[in-house]
Design a protein around this ligand. Structure first.
Ligand SMILES: [Zn+2]
Length: 311
């Protein structure tokens, strides 16, 4: 009875209209969080493998806006044009008429809504602009496609200071998760927007040959004045309540150190994720979210492949 089976599966795993499950939180007085995904059993785009569901919706994805008067800074443009349109409409409804966009890095789940902000200033690290140029064809023809791909019109290198109404924002370049990372620091309230440099419960390894560099930059940000952290992938309840404590950085450092060790320790590579992160779970720096088991397997496999390639 394949037809009935298929229908039952469809009912248990409904494909909602894109952006139908988008939720809005206010983690700080001048900050809105646009959270989608982590909806049990649900996919947003397709039952087939695709970056939107597998890389973002299933794990949970959150982008942000910093608002002051009629100005807003949008940090990443979310996973579809539908999401970006709803975000822009919410800002307009709050009286915003001047928008700057900052991209955390070049990965698809962070830039898919750029076209909706094509008339605004889109700012990114120069390496983000370069990666988007290099990946243009695969991004525009992927599943789902992001077409036309709109890139940044302004780039920076180490650091850039911006003013959003009366809020100061610092863009800081980091080489964590991907070499083109841009984090935002709000020095007046010690709030860090972490892009994909920090994830709960574990980081996603996209550039395995650079983990030692990532570790150096993780230790660098651990010394920044930070009271709360808002990541792009994390627990909606923690984000809604104001974000993570700095212990999320320490948890990420532990996990990356263990990944590096796992290259030469086969028993460690085979151990379940819960063994790797039990101390940081006990300290409540991170929490269990089962779909990250797959991310962990992917990470370990990337490290093993690297070890094999280098002999
Ligand atoms: Zn991401």
């Amino acid at each position: 009875m394949p037809t009935l089976d298929a229908r039952e599966t469809a009912l248990e795993n409904p494909i909602p209209e894109l952006a139908a499950t988008l939720r809005v939180f206010q983690p700080a007085p001048n900050v809105l969080a646009f959270y989608d995904g982590r909806v049990a059993g649900a996919r947003a785009y397709s039952g087939e493998p695709n970056w939107l569901d597998d890389g973002a919706y299933e794990l949970g994805i959150c982008t942000y806006a910093i608002l002051s008067g009629a100005e807003a800074l949008v940090y990443d443009t979310h996973i579809s044009l539908a999401h970006a349109r709803r975000i822009r409409a919410m800002l307009t409804a709050r009286g915003v008429d001047r928008i700057k966009v900052v991209l955390s890095h070049w990965h698809r789940d962070h830039i898919a809504g750029n076209e909706v902000f094509a008339d605004c200033e889109i700012i990114a690290h120069s390496l983000t602009a370069q990666a988007l140029d290099e990946q243009r064809v695969s991004i525009e023809t992927g599943s789902p496609p992001i077409k036309p791909l709109v890139g940044p019109m302004r780039t920076y290198e180490e650091m850039l200071q911006l003013q959003v109404g009366n809020i100061s924002v610092e863009l800081r370049h980091v080489d964590i998760h991907s070499r083109d990372g841009t984090l935002l620091l709000l020095p007046e309230i010690d709030l860090l927007f972490a892009g994909d440099a920090l994830e709960d419960p574990i980081t996603y390894v996209a550039e395995p040959d650079r983990l030692a560099i990532h570790l150096v930059d993780l230790q660098r940000i651990a010394a920044w004045p930070i009271r709360r952290i808002l990541p792009n992938h994390g627990d909606p309840n923690v984000i809604a309540a104001g974000g993570y404590e700095p212990g999320l950085i320490a948890a990420t450092i532990h996990y990356v150190q263990t990944l590096i060790r796992s290259r030469s320790e086969p028993e460690l590579a085979k151990a379940p994720l819960s063994d790797w992160i039990e101390d940081d779970l006990a300290l409540r720096r991170i929490s269990v979210f089962p779909p990250y088991e797959k991310v962990h397997k992917h990470n370990v496999a990337r490290m093993q492949a690297l070890g094999a390639a280098e002999g």
